[in-house]
Design a protein around this ligand. Structure first.
Ligand code: TPP
Ligand code: MG
Length: 617
């Protein structure tokens, strides 16, 4: 088939399918993009031709910012449990480098996205092309080399002959649950438009089977032996449980063994909050119930978790001197963490096999009393009646109660991820979407767009801090133009409640964390700025509801749900409002020497806290 390289890419991608458990879906369901001279006549022409002639089914979605379009693609892939993803086409130079943060975010979160940055001329007839880096020491280096460490697969197609192997390599990594992340195929500007006689077989319908690898029986037997001799095990459910759709197996495992189940940010919702074995989040922003269980546990069963420092409370969460780990993970890299007994397997398969090998072993369920008491504390936080401005915990409570069981909440950075992990009651494995691998400010609205595109049957709530909103809110315009309805809850607290509190706890006196006029001192201690984010959202095409009180918010959310327009619900909260303690810690180093007494005090507390840190060797 004589096609340009770009036409071949589009035709190939339209014919890739993913299959797991007998269900087939499109591997690459569509393409986000922003055109410039690097892709308008190559990939752009190919997408146009596909639409006009019907030669390939590849919907195109015009984004407003390249970083944000990768966030949208990530939201899409996570909602699809990594079985379907989106491609992103960007122009050369800044269009492509704008995708770097999104690439890192995808790879950190182990979520598939296909990035197609445009690249410098392969033929080098008139260098430098507009926006070319020019490395005097190497003519084949371009800005796109910055994608290499951020991508799980990286290739550059200097010649059309290389395209088949590049595309097949890309698909292999995109569809491998152990290896997936950002996949980058750079397309030089001239090569995109170059024609070549591609073999017909390249464009045949291809189905990528997504495996559920079973565990090595010897490892399961050894893990069962360890567990049979345990007295206080705790299971930690990570995002892998949700991606493997293993909630039913986890439920069975928990009910039949009695073992309590804590969750990570990515794993929240793997079991419903009111499951008899659920004890809430574990780690720095986890529930005190889970953290007390973690402190004493003799065996930790980590299922589908990458053990971020928030999960391990920077290696202070597990205090039993004899604690050992059993990890079930599809990725050998994660299964081996904490010197664990590694069960390298699909979470669903691994849980079933381990349960069968346990032979009916049961553990005491006394923790249920504390878990029930904790829920009373959550209720109180939801209704604390804080004033004069409401507390963020109350906002979370109202959104939680407004949400139907299948609705989705989206967040990524600021003080909300911690408050949400502590207080949110998730009822469905796909309800809680907090991007906390990269915790990237600005993910929320763009991510919500991709989530809603992946499952239009669900109401999607993006909770956005004022800092995140100012960093990246322009995808409101994309959502409006695509007819995608979102509910954006915009929480205005005039700066960084999160880093402000962190700064204070580390002796840095909230320096440089508030959005105010530069006042008399050297910090921003003047009045509030004349910034009206609600008006800003309105100007981007959103319907806006301004709320002053929690009662207003309840009414506002009801109106937003009933509307078919993207609606921004704006509320101001008290950045200093309290939440219950997690009884946990997070390692953020404090200056060892300082002339400030606040830093000296924080350093002393830091040194004391670090004593609880363990290597888990
Ligand atoms: C892109 C990016 N830059 C910086 C940070 C560091 N950071 C984490 S939270 C935060 C402040 C967030 O402010 P806001 O969205 O208003 O949330 P709040 O803390 O007020 O809840 C910053 C700067 C980050 N996570 N992401
Ligand atoms: Mg804020």
């Amino acid at each position: 088939m004589r096609l340009t390289v770009a036409q071949a890419v589009v035709t190939f991608l339209a014919n890739q399918w993913t299959e797991r458990d007998g269900v087939e879906q499109r591997s690459i369901a569509g393409t986000f993009g922003i055109f410039g001279h690097g892709n308008v006549a190559g990939v752009g022409q190919a997408l146009l031709q596909a639409q006009r002639t019907g030669s390939a089914d590849m919907p195109y979605h015009l984004a407003r910012n390249e970083q944000a379009m990768v966030h949208a693609a990530v939201g899409y892939a996570r909602m699809k449990n990594r079985l379907s993803a989106m491609a992103c086409t960007a122009s050369i130079g800044p269009g492509s480098t704008n995708m770097l943060t999104g690439a890192a975010l995808a790879t950190v979160n182990r979520l598939p996205v296909l990035l197609l940055p445009s690249d410098i001329f392969a033929t080098r007839v008139a260098p430098p092309v507009l926006q070319e880096l020019e490395d005097p020491g190497s003519y084949d280096v371009s800005v796109n080399d910055a994608f290499r460490p951020l991508s799980r697969f990286f290739d550059r197609v200097w010649r059309p002959e290389q395209l088949p192997s590049a595309l097949l390599g890309a698909m292999r990594v995109l569809t491998d649950p152990a290896d997936t992340g950002a996949v980058t195929v750079c397309l030089p500007q001239d090569v995109q438009a170059e024609a070549y006689d591609f073999p017909d077989e390249l464009f045949a319908r291809r189905v990528w089977h997504v495996a559920r690898p079973p565990a090595e029986p010897a490892f399961v037997e050894r893990a069962a032996e360890v567990l049979r001799n345990a007295t206080r095990p705790l299971l930690i459910a990570g995002g892998g449980v949700i991606y493997a759709e293993a909630s039913a197996e986890l439920d069975r495992f928990a009910r039949e063994t009695g073992i309590p189940v804590a969750d990570t940010q990515a794993g929240k919702g793997a079991l419903s909050w009111d499951h008899p074995n659920a004890v809430g989040g574990v780690g720095s922003t986890g529930s005190p119930v889970a953290n007390r269980l973690a402190r004493d546990a003799d065996v930790i069963i980590g299922v589908g978790t990458r053990y971020s420092d928030f999960t391990t409370a920077s290696h202070t969460a597990f205090g039993n001197p004899d604690v050992t780990f059993i990890n079930i993970n599809v990725a050998a890299f994660d299964a081996a963490k904490q010197s664990a007994l590694p069960i390298v397997a699909d979470c669903r398969a691994g849980l079933s096999e381990l349960l069968a090998a346990l032979g009916g072993k049961q553990f005491p369920t006394g923790y249920r009393v504390a878990a029930a008491e904790w829920q009373v504390a959550v209720d109180q936080a939801y209704r604390m009646g804080h004033g004069p401005l409401p507390a963020q915990a109350e906002v979370i409570g109202v959104v939680n109660e407004a949400c139907g069981a299948r609705d989705v909440v989206v967040q990524a950075a600021g003080s909300m991820p911690g408050d949400l992990q502590l207080l949110w009651r998730a009822r469905d494995p796909k309800q809680y979407h907090v991007e906390y691998g990269f915790s990237c400010m600005g993910f929320e609205i763009a991510g919500a767009l991709g989530i809603k595109m992946a499952d239009p049957s669900r109401e999607v709530y993006a909770l956005v801090g004022d800092g995140s909103y100012l960093m990246m809110s322009q995808e409101i315009v994309t959502a409006v133009s695509e007819g995608v309805k979102l509910i954006v809850v915009l929480v205005q607290n005039h700066g960084f409640a999160s880093i402000g509190a962190l700064s204070e706890s580390l002796g840095s006196q909230r320096f440089g964390t508030s959005y105010r006029y530069r006042g008399g001192s050297q910090d921003y201690d003047g009045g509030h700025l004349p910034v009206d984010l609600a008006a800003n959202a309105e100007s981007l095409g959103a319907a806006v509801i301004r709320c002053r009180t929690i009662a207003d918010l309840r009414d506002g959310l009801k109106a937003a749900r009933e509307s078919d327009r993207l609606t921004v619900v704006h509320i101001e909260t008290d950045p200093l409002s309290p939440v219950p303690s997690s009884e946990s810690w997070w390692d953020v180093p404090v200056s060892e020497v300082s002339d400030l007494s606040s830093t000296q005090d924080a350093r002393a507390a830091y040194v004391a806290a670090k004593r609880a840190q363990r290597p888990y060797l």
